[in-house]
Ligand binder design. Structure first.
Ligand SMILES: Nc1nc2c(ncn2[C@@H]2O[C@H](COP(=O)(O)OP(=O)(O)OP(=O)(O)O)[C@@H](O)[C@H]2O)c(=O)[nH]1
Length: 354
């Protein structure tokens, strides 16, 4: 066994990737595929209402730490460091920590939280930064959002996900794009987070020995851009400033039921009118006469609706919706949703056409 594998610090995998790329889906796969591990998960969501923690399967809820209403790369960065200290109390019960960042997080500052004090560095080792990429949408996303490109460029492993949604030629194009941002990352292909035996944990990407070997090999490469950033090197930049996002997130809770047909009509129009400005919608909706919670998701213009668990008889029904995008207009969306609930479909849709 190589020396660096004797390191008994808690290994950490940081999952990055733009909104809707498939981070939570991959996380569930990891947990299922590594039954020998006792995971703790730090789940960071941009919205006020945590939803993703309900979607994680196979980890005791006590070991899921929700950090919502902010981004751990900037506003919550201090809290992340505090949480890392708290986690040391149950260190003996854990074998791996996964941090799922928000889709708009700057991975560099998240990594920096693990280097923020000697004590934290003494107890945690970053195993790798894994960036999920939506193979179907990466072109427009990267063109529109510098952070998506930054997430790719910072990763040790890039998982090109959603292979089921693209042709071979499109996949090759997506891989080329990823390589143009980061020629050094290991590229792994996946559908619904299933990576076909590729190892995402215990990669020791940050072990000095691995970086060293890697750097030697990387040094033999010649890049037309002249950029030589072996994966993991950027983590020594301690003076990185917090990122400021121009992305809005609005969450709403409604206790009245929606009409399913009207809701679908509204959603289609929302996606049409907002176009590329709407990055992500997710939530649970309560529909008239529908016994199950209905899970609504969209990744850019792709809407997915599926039946969830049935509402319990003693459970108060409520719809919880989160919208993330550029210049959404909190009040306009709220007014439009209120009109929709009142049956004023035409007016609610007109409000969306800006
Ligand atoms: N067709 C297809 N859909 C996928 C795949 N992976 C994930 N999805 C779907 O894409 C949607 C988003 O997946 P998530 O795992 O929630 O993505 P995420 O990156 O955690 O999303 P955020 O937390 O909003 O950033 C869900 O509806 C998933 O079921 C895939 O490989 N193929």
């Amino acid at each position: 066994m190589e020396d660096y594998m004797d390191d008994d610090r808690l290994p950490v995998t940081i999952l990055t990737g733009f909104l809707g790329a498939g981070k939570t889906t991959l996380l569930n796969n990891l947990i299922k595929n590594y039954p020998q591990h006792k995971f703790a998960v730090i789940e960071n969501e941009f919205g006020e209402i945590p939803i993703d923690n309900d979607l994680i399967v196979g980890v005791e809820s006590d070991n899921i730490y929700e950090m919502s209403n902010g981004c751990i790369c900037c506003t919550l960065n201090g809290e992340l460091a505090e949480l890392l200290f708290d986690l040391l109390n149950i260190r003996h019960k854990l074998t791996h920590l996964v941090v799922e960042t928000t889709g708009i997080a700057d991975p560099t500052t998240v990594v920096q939280a693990f280097m923020s004090s000697e004590q934290i560095e003494m107890f945690y080792r970053i195993d790798s930064v894994v960036c999920l990429v939506d193979a179907r949408n990466i072109g427009p996303i990267a063109a529109d959002t510098a952070m998506a490109a930054k997430q790719i460029s910072y990763a040790d492993i890039v998982v090109l996900n959603k292979t089921d949604l693209v042709t071979e030629a499109e996949m090759a194009g997506a891989a080329e794009l990823v390589k143009s941002f980061n020629p050094f990352a290991e590229l792994v292909y996946s559908s619904f987070g299933s990576v076909n035996g590729s190892s995402l944990l215990d990669t020791y990407t940050y072990a000095p020995k691995v970086i060293e070997d890697f750097s030697i090999n990387a040094g033999k490469l010649r890049l037309s851009s002249g950029v030589m950033k072996p994966a993991g090197f950027a983590l020594v930049q301690k003076d990185q400033r917090p990122a400021l996002h121009d992305i809005e997130s609005h969450s709403y809770t409604f206790t009245r039921n929606f009409d399913p047909h009207q809701f679908n009509f509204w959603l289609d129009h929302l996606v049409e009118y907002y176009g590329a400005g709407i990055y992500r919608i997710k939530g649970i909706v309560s529909f008239d006469k529908v016994p199950q919670k209905v899970v609504v998701q969209s990744v850019r213009d792709h809407i997915m609706i599926s039946a969830g668990e049935p509402w319990n008889e003693d459970e108060e029904r409520a719809s919880r919706l989160i919208f993330i995008g550029k210049s959404l207009g909190k009040l306009r969306l709220e007014e439009s949703l209120v009109k929709l609930l009142s049956g004023e479909l035409q007016d609610s849709v007109t409000l969306l056409s800006r």
